[in-house]
Write a protein that binds this ligand. Structure first.
Ligand code: SF4
Length: 212
């Protein structure tokens, strides 16, 4: 192990302890392969799985592994062909056995910070799916909520608005201009400081850079 991964492991250990105080369960995986080895056996055969839009979920290989396993009902909101179909898929996602997402940031103290455009992702984080599995590269760790909010709007969101081809000030300047433009994707800001249900939210910290 390098000193960087040693430091990641130590930092993750302390975050996991703080997550426990907040009724959330934490795991540390040294890399994406270790993540797959840890998380895949946790899914029950025949269960339903929904997920929020996330670069991390694709980069770590989890979505490919679940699709290839073929033993789950995958609730894919990107298959919707109309607003009504999208609404129906969202309703199914709320009732899913597992909801997968990343977090835009996580503090050393174990708080989750998420910013959402439509709100479907943060809605499922807050309530609905039986279990929420959050995958986060160690690049998402921040010292506190203020730093996290700044990270999300200045570092994570501009690449996302560019990826989604949005017309927002941050696609021009690369930084947050605190806009209220029609294409703004920062409509909901959710801080998860505690889960009301012990162990419903599981956070998998991965010792790599994943997502924005
Ligand atoms: S508030 Fe607007 S400008 Fe700021 S990051 Fe979000 S979309 Fe970009």
């Amino acid at each position: 192990m390098s000193f960087v991964t040693d430091a990641f492991a130590l930092k993750a250990k302390s975050i996991i302890k703080n997550l426990e105080k907040r009724n959330m369960e934490g795991f540390y995986c040294e890399n994406s392969q270790a993540l797959l080895d840890t998380i895949l056996p946790m899914f029950e055969n025949g269960s339903s799985i929904a997920w929020g839009g996330s670069q991390t979920l694709n980069e770590c290989g989890l979505m490919d592994a679940l699709q290839q396993a073929g033993s789950y009902t995958m609730i894919d909101r990107t298959t919707a062909r109309s607003p009504e179909e999208s609404r129906q898929i969202f309703a199914k996602s709320v009732l899913a056995d597992y909801y997968l997402m990343s977090t835009n940031a996580i503090t050393l103290d174990g708080e989750l910070i998420n910013i959402d455009g439509n709100g479907n992702r943060v809605a499922c984080l807050i309530q609905g799916p039986k279990q929420v599995f959050i995958i986060a590269g160690m690049n998402k760790v921040v010292t506190d909520i203020g730093t996290g909010l700044s990270r999300v709007q200045n570092i994570a969101t501009p690449p996302n608005t560019l990826r989604l081809n949005k017309k927002t000030p941050c696609t021009v300047t690369g930084s947050c201009e605190n806009c209220l433009s029609p294409d703004c994707i920062c409509n909901q800001i959710v801080i998860t400081r505690r889960s009301g249900h012990v162990g419903r939210i599981k956070v998998f910290l991965v010792g790599e850079n994943l997502g924005f």
